[in-house]
Ligand binder design. Sequence first.
Ligand SMILES: Nc1ncnc2c1ncn2[C@@H]1O[C@H](COP(=O)(O)OP(=O)(O)OP(=O)(O)O)[C@@H](O)[C@H]1O
Length: 273
Amino acid sequence: MVLAACGWADAQTDVVIALNEVYLTYNSDNNVNALENINLNLHEGEFVCLLGSSGCGKSTLLKIIAGFITPTGGTALMEGQPIKGADWHRGVVFQQPPLYPWLTVEDNIKFGLKMRGVAANESQKRTEEYLRKVGLLEFRNNKPYELSGGMKQRVAIARALVNSPRVLLMDEPFGALDALTREQMQTLIRNIWWETKCTILFITHDVDEALALGTRVVVMSRRPGKIIKEIKTDFTYSITGENSNRTRYSTRFQMTREEILDLINKQDLCYNI
Ligand SMILES: Nc1ncnc2c1ncn2[C@@H]1O[C@H](COP(=O)(O)OP(=O)(O)OP(=O)(O)O)[C@@H](O)[C@H]1O
């Protein structure tokens, strides 16, 4: 598939999410400063991958965009409006998908549509569309305990996307999967992104995964998390099928990888001193 022609992936497009001078301090016993002066825009159709050492505030940043927590300083906006609480315009997928164990795959996917009062025939049509997209049509009547880890994650992705959210927020969604399933899931999410033109924020610890998927990689410092580097990438357009290895082993891919790893390792070194 030729993707260079996909204008929607350009960062010149509309800003969907804007974080301006965002700070977050957790008011726990020891008042943790998790984020400091975060300025980040997510543009329409971008696939932004967020990298950084453990505990640097990646999930905190994602939770602010999701509307689960409110910044203690600065503003978090979606299409110019303050983000106030969670809503279906921002779908979230976690590493351990919290599926309802008593519902079938189909009913798990349909749940949000039902809650929003979407008409039954429309809800059925959309659920089937996403069952097909994630390859689970024949498992529609199974319960979550009957699924593998990768299949559960596909249900979680379908459940978020069936609402046609403007933004999909993914917190290490493939972190618990084996290498083969992980690569298959990367292909799935890339294909869905191409098809739906959804804006994605994706947290990962894996630099190769970030480079294989993202149109922009954002690197955070150790806590309090600040953005220390943003790199525009385009490997996601050529890393599929037979071009995969040529892209992964290209000098440009390896140099970008080294640059990011150096940045992260430097942060960890500071931490250990
Ligand atoms: N509810 C909370 N109350 C107090 N401190 C918290 C809370 N949630 C997170 N923290 C602290 O905030 C910091 C950032 O946590 P966060 O989960 O955002 O990091 P992360 O980069 O996502 O980490 P990891 O990659 O290990 O998942 C950590 O020091 C963590 O202990």
